[in-house]
Every structure is written in C-alpha cells, then in structure tokens.
Design a binder for this molecule. Structure first.
Ligand code: ADP
Length: 404
C-alpha cells in the first residue's frame, strides 16, 4: 500500500509518501507560507527515484497546498504515482489527543471536531492538524484518514506521574495534567531498543529504559516494560528539558513576576518561554545546537553555559528516572542532536560509571545509524537509534485501516 503521511503546521505542510510493504520513502516534501499575507509560498518536492523539483506558488489554505502536492506526486517527471487513487490511506500527525485519543484513530466528522476542541490544549498545532485532515477529506473523500497522536504513547503514565500538585478541580475542569509529546518517536525507539535488548538477554517485559529525543524540541521518557511511566513534557511541550527556544522547567512564579516587571500579557509570556528561551535565550547566538557548539568551541561564554545547562538538565532527568523506575537497562539517544552530537552524548554520560553507565568514546565518535555505543561490560546499554516518526505513522495508519 502507498501511504501519505502529513504533518500540517499552522503555515506549513510536510509530507512523505511511503510504501508500507518495504517502508521505503517514495517521495517527500515541504510546502511553506500557506495562507501567508504577503504570499511567497513555496513547495519543495523530492521523488526518491526521479529527482527534485521546486515551485513558487501562493497557497490560500491547506486544501490548496495539498492540491499542489498531489500535482507533484502525480507529475510525469518527478511524481511517484500515476494517479492519486493509488494512495490507499493518509496518516496525519496530530499534536494533542488529550485523554480522549490514546490510540491511532480512523477519522470521521466527530473525530475532527474533537481534535478541534482539543485546540485549547494544543493551540498552535491542533487547529492546523485539523485543517490538513479536513482538506484531505474534501480532496479524497473515499480514502481513509487516520490521526496519529503525539501524546498517545504516554497514556500509560500512572496518575501520580501525570497529576500536577495544583487544585484538583483544574484537572477535572480543564484537563490540566502531564500528557507528554514526541510519543511517536519515543514509541519507535522503544520498540527498536527492546529488540536490541532481547539479543542481550534482557526480558522486555521487565526492561527499564530512558529514551532521550533531543532535537529542536527535546523530551525524555522513563519506559518500564515498554510502557511509559513518566515523561518530561507536560500539558504543553514547554516543560522539561532545555530546548532550542523553549525554557523547559522553570520556577512557575517567574511568570507572574516577569509579567509585572515587563507589563507582559499571558501571550507575551507564552512567547517568552516557547520562542525566546532555551539555547537561543541563554547563548544569544542561535537555537541550533550546531551553532551553539561552534560558538562554545570559539570561546563564547554564554554558548558554553547554554551547553552546560542543556547537558546538566538531561543528567538530572536520568537520575530522577533511574530512581523512579528502580534501575536502568538502557539509555536511548535519538533526534537531530541525540543522533548527531557526539559531544552532547559523551557529556551526558560522563562520570556515570557508578550507575553502571559507561560510554565507549571510540564507538560514540565513529558509529552511525542504529548502534550500541556502550563499553563492553557496561551494565547499562547506551543505544543510538535514529528515529523515524513518519514510518511509525505509516505503520499505524495501515494497522488502523486493516482493523488490527
Ligand atoms: P526537530 O525537532 O525540528 O525535528 P531535529 O530532530 O532535526 O529537529 O533536530 C534539530 C537539532 O539537531 C538542531 O539543534 C541541530 O543543530 C541539531 N543537529 C543536527 N546535526 C547535528 C550535529 N552534527 N551536531 C550537533 N547538533 C546537530
């Protein structure tokens, strides 16, 4: 089957066409500046077998963007299918499933309405996700649409891990609780890690692993027997680790304090913690880890401090999760930073021998792709596992359509 995987942002649309039997990517691309006031829309497309193409085109909404994407997908030169009818199903990445959606779900009108309702909890993403789904329902009414939720893998957390120590009524009335994100990635690397651990005689049903998804957005999860026990992101993706532009954990009282000092609105403060903080806010250099690493290597003190905070926060969470789970079999690194930054991985694992965590510097510096980078004899395995969220979405879409 050919599965189209869509990730609709507020003004962008990422897509991949995947062959579900081989799990090969047939084509992929990105449409940007959808609905932008000044126009300037652009689509970049790549058909793995036939080459790349780009087009400047203004797109009023997601439906127009998807229509153009279909044009590329069926193009005689750079297309991957003869007709859109060859697409068997569409898998949509949806940010927030709240407590309602804990499984990938076949979409109907009621489901889209629920996704729209959850915009309260995911104001930046859910409205755009719903727009992408509605556009596909209109353009391909007979093709099944499946929603795959970023929160779903974390649905197994116990109440003491997901409940905030706020008045309980706010959980009951507004659904304020930890949900966690990057679930598709944590799920994928967990599956891979458990397979690797089985070859090392670790019983998956009792395994305790920590998955670190370190990218522009970063989160960690404590996973016991394949099920999430805790995760670092919260009701929104702002909590937990330091990220490209997000603060992660801060004293909550900073917000009313700064609000008064700056005369800032709730929206300004939201912007502050989500878009102006993290690596960017501390270093003043960039939100991109490569730039921050380069600046630190050139002696920039704030870039060095940003790196120290980034690493220190991950180490604190490792300690917390080992205590929460009562032990550890493996740490998994994934995401743009986790997969590529040998320095960050080395610094996270430094001086942790007393916990049974021993990284092999040579393996860390040289191995790429899926690999065990721990020293021989390390009690805890340190695993490098490239994530592939689109592949999981395609897989889950096939399962839902097949009724599994
Ligand atoms: P997203 O969360 O948007 O999917 P990615 O998972 O692609 O992002 O991660 C992007 C981050 O990965 C950026 O901070 C980037 O600097 C970092 N990154 C990519 N390659 C490297 C590298 N070789 N060394 C250090 N950081 C890297």
């Amino acid at each position: 089957m050919k599965i189209l995987v869509l990730n609709s942002g507020s003004s962008s649309l990422k897509y991949q066409l995947i062959d579900s039997e081989t799990e090969d990517i047939l084509a992929k691309g990105l449409a940007e500046r959808i609905g932008a006031a000044g126009g300037g829309g652009r689509i970049k497309h790549e058909c793995v077998a036939n080459g790349k193409a780009e087009m400047d085109v203004d797109m009023a909404d997601h439906a127009q963007a998807i229509d153009h994407v279909f044009g590329f997908l069926t193009d005689p030169k750079v297309g991957a299918v003869k007709s859109v009818d060859e697409i068997s199903a569409v898998g949509h990445r949806v940010l927030h499933g709240g407590e309602k959606f804990v499984q990938p779900t076949l979409v109907n009108e009621e489901v889209v309405l629920e996704i729209e309702k959850l915009s309260d909890l995911g104001p930046l993403h859910n409205p755009a996700n719903a727009k992408g789904i509605r556009a596909c329902m209109k353009l391909m009414p007979n093709v099944p649409q499946v929603a795959v939720f970023d929160t779903a893998f974390h649905a197994t957390m116990p109440d003491y891990a997901y409940t905030y120590a706020l008045p309980y009524k706010y959980y009951q009335e507004y659904g304020i609780r930890r949900y966690g994100f990057h679930g598709t990635s944590h799920r994928f690397v967990t599956g891979r890690a458990l397979k690797m651990l089985e070859t090392m005689n670790v019983d998956s049903s009792k395994s305790r692993i920590i998955t670190c998804h370190l990218g522009n957005g970063s989160s960690m999860a404590a996973v016991v027997g394949g099920k999430v026990m805790d995760t670092s992101m919260g009701v929104t993706p702002a909590e937990g680790l330091m990220m490209g532009t997000r603060s992660g954990d801060i004293d909550p009282a900073i917000l009313p304090y700064l609000g008064k000092k700056l005369g800032a609105t709730a929206e300004d403060l939201d912007d502050l913690i989500n878009k102006k903080s993290g690596l960017l806010g501390v270093s003043g250099v960039s939100s991109d880890m490569r730039d921050v690493e380069n600046a630190a290597n050139e002696g920039n003190k704030r870039a060095k401090l940003a790196l120290e905070i980034f690493v220190y926060r991950i180490r604190k969470y490792i300690g917390a999760y080992i205590a929460a789970m009562g032990g550890l079999d493996a740490i998994v690194f994934t995401g743009g930073i986790g997969e590529n930054s040998t320095t960050i991985r080395a610094r996270v694992c430094e001086d942790m021998e007393f916990l049974g965590i021993k990284i092999d510097p040579d393996k860390n510096n040289t191995l790429k792709g899926q690999a065990d980078i721990s020293k021989n004899g390390s009690k805890v395995r340190i695993l490098l596992i490239p994530t592939n969220e689109e592949r999981v979405i395609a897989r889950e879409t096939v399962q839902v359509v097949a009724g599994d």
